[in-house]
Design a protein around this ligand. Structure first.
Ligand code: SF4
Length: 469
């Protein structure tokens, strides 16, 4: 299913806010994820050092991306891994389709990968008569439900057990149950058959190592392991920013990622892929292809401020910490990346017109940054994007002009004082000293009370009080 457009986010938020079951499921899940995370972090006294180190590694990678990617490409080729560069979704889709056609592939299994969601791979393969099945349980559920994931780590976070029981009964023809163990058994039985029949496996990449041309996929369900080891062909789709210099730096991330993502000390499986069968590594599929996807990343790279958003390792912790995400879930953001990091990425990937509302989906409380393992300054980037969206004329006409008028009035002391007095007069005579009613604005918040004395008089008085105090 294609993700809805972020420009429709207002409508999507209204729908989410009106859906009590969704809000309750998302709130419970984010709260419990945040608590599990905290429990683990409390046991890691050097947690802040890990974050500092990860930030520095990512900074180095992003500043020297082309050097590391060239090194990675060279070493992959030495290992027998075919490297393909894709500038956008269409190119990545075409590369995958060509490989599938050359090898008569009609059945694909996939493990969870946001990068493949970004290029709408399942829809594309389906349109080309290739069955593409998600094998991560949460992803399998949202695929059955014809949806995209609503969370970076917990794709079916928005659904209750009841929802999933009803979905399985309707789509798989099994008896209704809410028992997670039974639901899991049903999915497992179907997926095992699919793993054995698949001619191609597609995964994402968590970390790739420039120094030796290998990469790793981190997971908990062993579905990625089956996806990349059972079918004879493996394609890994990797965002350019997933590279790190060498495997010696992985342990920092292998501590930070599971603690932040799922509240685990370590992930259950870390799969290392070093080359096809017959290569120095000796195991795995006969063909391995890696697609290095740009899709807007090099544009972000050129931005000296916002390029920090490429440090993201998609742990999902900022979503769980965000008071806005906790109320509306992921689908309301309208794209595959959601929550605070989604709000920063959407305008950069999709443009300031399409993503004009996304940076405003934040209270700027800063909770996201305090949990981010790579210390991305998300509120700062949200503010930068807000200001760029206003400057580029993509904000609302009324808002734009109201601010222009306000700035004109505010820069002339006499006019400002006069306007304050008029507003204060209206407030006392027409609204009986209650806050002014401002159409539109009042739908979401209350207008602040205007002080009868005015700012200047109060400021001088306060200063006088201080001097006398
Ligand atoms: S921005 Fe930071 S906290 Fe949010 S998903 Fe990315 S790495 Fe995790």
């Amino acid at each position: 299913m294609k993700s809805p457009a972020p420009s429709k986010t207002k409508k999507l938020i209204k729908e989410a806010l009106g859906n009590g079951a969704l809000r309750s499921a998302v709130f419970k899940a984010t709260e419990s994820s945040a608590l599990s995370r905290q429990k683990i972090i409390d046991q890691i006294p050097y947690w802040e050092d890990l974050r500092d180190k990860a930030h520095l590694i990512k900074k180095d990678v992003i500043e020297n991306l082309s050097k590391y990617l060239t090194q990675f490409e060279r070493n992959c080729e030495l290992n027998g891994i075919a490297v393909h560069w894709a500038s956008d979704s269409a190119e990545a889709q075409k590369i995958i389709l060509d490989i599938a056609k050359q090898n008569n592939v009609t059945k694909v299994v996939k493990s969870k990968s946001l990068t493949t969601e970004e290029i709408h791979l399942n829809d594309f393969l389906k349109a080309n008569d290739i069955e593409s099945l998600e094998t991560d349980l949460g992803e399998y559920i949202v695929q059955l439900n014809d949806q995209i994931p609503s969370h970076l780590i917990i794709p079916a976070m928005h659904l209750s057990r009841k929802d999933i029981g009803e979905l399985f009964a309707k789509k798989l023809g099994v008896e209704y149950t809410e028992d997670p163990a039974q639901l899991l058994l049903t999915a497992r039985k179907i997926l095992r058959e699919k793993f054995l029949a698949a001619e191609m496996g597609i995964t994402g990449v968590n970390f790739a190592f420039a120094a030796n041309g290998s990469f790793c996929v981190v997971e908990n369900e062993a579905n990625a392991h089956n996806t990349l080891s059972l079918p004879p062909i493996h394609i890994a789709v990797m965002g350019l920013e997933k590279i790190i210099p060498d495997v010696s730096m992985l342990p920092y991330f292998l501590k930070l990622l599971p603690a932040n993502a799922t509240g685990q000390k370590s992930s259950t499986y870390v799969n290392f892929i070093g080359g096809p069968t017959g290569s120095a590594y000796g195991e795995g599929p006969e063909q391995i292809h890696i697609i290095l996807l740009d899709n807007g990343r090099t544009k972000i790279l050129k931005d000296p401020v916002l390029r920090e958003s490429l440090y993201c390792i998609r742990c999902g912790a900022c979503l769980n910490a965000c008071p806005v995400y906790q109320q509306i879930g992921g689908h309301a953001y309208g794209w595959v990346y959601m929550g605070p990091i989604g709000s920063v990425l959407i305008p950069q990937f999709l443009g300031e017109k399409e993503g004009r509302l996304s940076p405003f989906l934040s209270s700027l409380c800063g909770a996201c940054t305090t949990v981010c393992p790579t210390k991305i300054n998300l509120p700062h980037h949200l503010l930068t994007l807000r200001s760029r969206i206003v400057d580029s004329g993509n904000s609302k006409f009324i808002e734009r002009n109201a601010i222009k008028i306000w700035s004109k009035l505010g820069s002339n002391a006499k006019v400002y004082r006069l306007m304050s007095r008029i507003a204060s007069f209206f407030q006392s005579k027409l609204f009986f000293n209650s806050p002014l009613r401002v159409p539109g604005y009042n739908k979401e918040r209350q207008f602040p009370l205007i002080h009868s004395e005015g700012f200047r008089a109060r400021f001088l008085k306060m200063n006088g009080d201080k001097k006398n105090g």
